[in-house]
Ligand binder design. Structure first.
Ligand SMILES: NC(=O)c1ccc[n+]([C@@H]2O[C@H](COP(=O)([O-])OP(=O)(O)OC[C@H]3O[C@@H](n4cnc5c(N)ncnc54)[C@H](O)[C@@H]3O)[C@@H](O)[C@H]2O)c1
Length: 483
């Protein structure tokens, strides 16, 4: 049976029809309204279930990622499975503290009241994931949504089929089926799903589809986090050891075969640095992946024919300084370095999302910063220099969702840092407690005593001049400082 346009909870068969998601949406909404997902004990049980899934099905997930991306089990562990497990562990450790009301200060008028922020679940959450880190980018948001007490429909990418299958068929066995479901399908099915009203949407994917999702969310005024992509610049200063830069740059550029939203997309450096960086990159790439990277167990493959063709076309931009080989049958593209690249060329216009690194020369730091600021705000920005002032200048004079000085995207491994884009690279933040906060409605609460009405009479009309004076003072910030 085709499983397109279907949802799966534990063990249930897909339901097909004109609106295949209606029953699931209704069921999950009823669950949420019943209050089932709110108690801490329920959230803990679900997080523990997710943790067990990650531990018990680690090998199955690794195999699925080999099938989808020929990702090495080691890269799968460190960029997908362990990161999800860390998020589960962190949420379990801190859930009680995160759920606590946060007390707020009062003014004279509310001195006898109790003011606090309550973090309450939004309700029914939709999480839509991409194919490039198909475990991490669906399950890390799921951790936050569960911790915050929501019901969730998870829509993994239909392109990473191996992972989609494991998430649809195995994950529900570890979660409460009346509260969580996995929806299957591509663009058409996702748009059907989006006709329903959700209380929060987190989408990870391309800016093009992000706009579609944003418009659908707007129809119901649904709050949304958009985790998008773009071109991430990397400035390499003359004051650098080229071999060190090459090692770090190559690891982050060619990790997951370059199919990483936060990978350095292009390098800006002086012509002199380019002369030194190209042989250093060649040296690194050969060390990492051998003389023939096609045989390396550490280099994955391009996800699909469509992306292979797109990347193959980019190989004709600038001049291939190193790499450039490809094999359509096995969706292989060698780790490649391009030089003499011009701004107007395609490789500098679209997100590369593959194992190709173009180098563009600039005459100065100012020119590099100007180049970066003329373009859309990127998801990530990198700067390499032995001079910390240069790194700080890039940081101070630009904007991006995330920033790496003298390294790549290790910030992603820290749940203590918020992760997200800015401008065209996205909106909203998640990871760690930021996820919990994202999936919670921060409800402002003020509880007043039901008695003591005499004290309140001063604020009711008709306003005497004495009462006006007193109230003006009581509500001013000066009075608050006396408390
Ligand atoms: N910011 C981040 O955290 C992050 C992480 C990974 C990938 N990305 C970005 O994601 C992109 C690559 O992933 P992708 O190719 O899976 O993205 P995509 O936008 O094509 O697809 C993402 C999801 O949207 C669905 N979708 C696709 N077309 C749709 C449509 N017309 N209507 C409704 N839903 C639709 C897909 O089924 C999939 O689940 C890159 O741009 C990359 O930078 C961003």
């Amino acid at each position: 049976m085709s499983n397109k346009g279907a949802t799966k909870s534990a063990g249930s068969e897909p339901t097909l029809g004109t609106d295949p998601f209606k029953d699931t949406v209704q069921r999950l909404r009823e669950t949420f309204n019943s209050g089932r997902t709110r108690p801490a004990a329920f959230r803990v049980a679900q997080l523990e279930g997710l943790g067990r899934f990650l531990r018990e099905k680690q090998q199955l997930l690794q195999e699925a990622l080999v099938q989808d991306l020929r990702k090495s089990p080691f890269e799968s562990d460190i960029s997908e499975i362990i990161l999800c497990q860390n998020e589960v562990d962190l949420a379990l450790k801190n859930l009680q503290a995160w759920m606590k009301d946060t007390p707020a200060s009062t003014n004279l008028l509310t001195k006898l009241d109790s003011a606090f922020t309550r973090k309450e679940p939004f309700g029914l959450v939709l999480i839509i994931g991409p194919w490039n880190y198909p475990v991490n980018l669906t399950l890390v948001p799921l951790v936050g949504a569960i911790a915050a007490g929501n019901c969730v429909i998870l829509k993994p990418s239909e392109i990473s089929k191996g992972t989609e299958k494991v998430l649809a068929e195995v994950l529900p066995q570890y979660l409460d089926q009346s509260s969580f479901a996995v929806a299957l399908g591509g663009p058409e099915e996702t748009q059907k799903l989006l006709e329903h009203k959700f209380d929060y949407i987190l989408f990870t994917g391309s800016p093009r589809v992000g706009k579609i999702i944003y418009q659908s969310a707007a129809k119901h005024l649904t709050p949304i986090t958009l985790e998008l992509g773009g071109k991430n610049p990397c400035y390499v200063d003359d004051n650098c050891d080229p071999q060190t830069v090459a090692n770090r740059l190559a690891w982050f550029r060619y990790f997951n075969t370059g199919q990483t939203c936060v990978a350095p997309d292009y390098v800006l450096c002086s012509p002199e640095m380019q002369e030194r960086l190209v042989p250093a990159l060649q040296n690194t790439i050969t060390r990492f992946y051998g003389e023939d990277p096609q045989n390396s167990p550490n280099l994955g493959r391009i996800i699909s024919q469509k992306h292979f063709k797109r990347l193959h076309e980019l190989l004709s931009c600038g001049r291939v300084a190193f790499g450039g080989q490809s094999d359509e049958n096995s969706l292989y593209i060698a780790p490649t370095v391009l030089v003499d690249v011009q701004e107007k060329e395609k490789v500098m216009q679209e997100e590369i999302f593959g194992p190709i690194l173009p180098l563009m020369t600039v005459r100065s730091l100012d020119e590099a910063i100007d180049f970066i600021n003329r373009r859309e705000k990127p998801l990530a920005l990198y700067a390499f220099s032995n001079n910390s002032q240069v790194v700080n200048q890039v940081l101070d004079r630009t904007s991006s969702g995330n920033f790496g000085g003298n390294d790549g995207f290790l910030y992603m491994t820290l749940p203590s840092l918020p992760f997200g884009g800015v401008g065209k690279s996205g909106m909203g933040r998640y990871h760690g407690k930021f996820s919990f906060d994202t999936f919670s409605n921060h409800r402002a609460c003020l509880l007043s005593p039901s008695g003591l009405e005499k004290l309140n009479e001063i604020r009711y009309p008709p306003y005497s001049s004495r009462a006006q004076k007193l109230l003006r003072w009581a509500m001013s910030s000066h009075s608050c400082t006396l408390l």
